[in-house]
Design a protein around this ligand. Structure first.
Ligand SMILES: [Zn+2]
Length: 215
């Protein structure tokens, strides 16, 4: 996990805007291999092992929900990563890119083309074997509930399928203008939900819907 991610993640128990503090036990440069994120408000501690953060609320019965986290991509992994990289305009500028649950399969490929951006992959199950890339952070989150992210911190985001209106609103809030949101293989109402979330839809077909956040 990139050390600076403590500036974009919220406590999964308290929710945003509650921030957390990284306690590092082992690191390589600015990447935390082992340690934890601690919440000063609820005293929650969230483990970082082999660079993977587990942001599960204490009420979650098992550390790793059994449900799988694979979304059937509209095309191959590489092709999908290239499509996402292009519609989100990831070349060039640095910043954090939010990858929603279901898209962990393209995280490594997207990181490879994301240049100076950090890909932050939220998943329900840590990938085995772990995917290593110099600009990829994997965050394991509970199956339900909001993503533990702070508002206005991500330069771009990608979701898939039918994320639901609540998830679209939450990710729209996490974007920093003029950040873009892409939804892969969008459900029919996706573009409408993006507009309702205050985004400007720039493209929408059966492969991907893309919207940007106005300053
Ligand atoms: Zn907390």
């Amino acid at each position: 996990m990139l050390l600076d991610l403590s500036e974009v993640l919220a406590c999964p128990v308290c929710g945003p805007p509650q921030i957390m503090v990284a306690v590092v036990h082992e690191s390589e440069g600015r990447r935390v291999a082992r340690g934890f994120l601690g919440c000063p408000a609820c005293d929650g501690r969230f483990r970082i092992d082999s660079g993977v953060v587990r942001l599960l609320s204490a009420t979650a019965p098992s550390p790793e929900p059994a449900e799988s986290d694979s979304f059937s991509l509209p095309s191959g992994v590489e092709e999908t990563a290239v499509l996402v990289g292009a519609v989100l305009d990831l070349a060039g500028e640095s910043g954090c890119v939010l990858l929603g649950p279901g898209l962990a399969g393209i995280a490594g490929s997207l990181a490879a083309i994301a240049g100076r951006s950090e890909v932050v992959s939220f998943t329900h199950a840590a990938p085995h074997p772990p995917v290593a890339a110099p600009n990829l952070s994997t965050i394991v989150v509970s199956g339900d509930g909001p993503l533990p992210v702070l508002e206005g911190r991500f330069r771009a985001a990608a979701l898939c399928g039918e994320p639901g209106e609540a998830r679209i609103r939450e990710v729209a809030a996490a974007l920093r203008p003029p950040g873009r949101l892409a939804i892969l293989a969008p459900a029919p109402g996706a573009a409408h939900a993006m507009r309702d979330a205050g985004l400007h839809v720039v493209a929408a077909d059966e492969r991907v819907a893309v919207a940007s956040k106005s300053p």
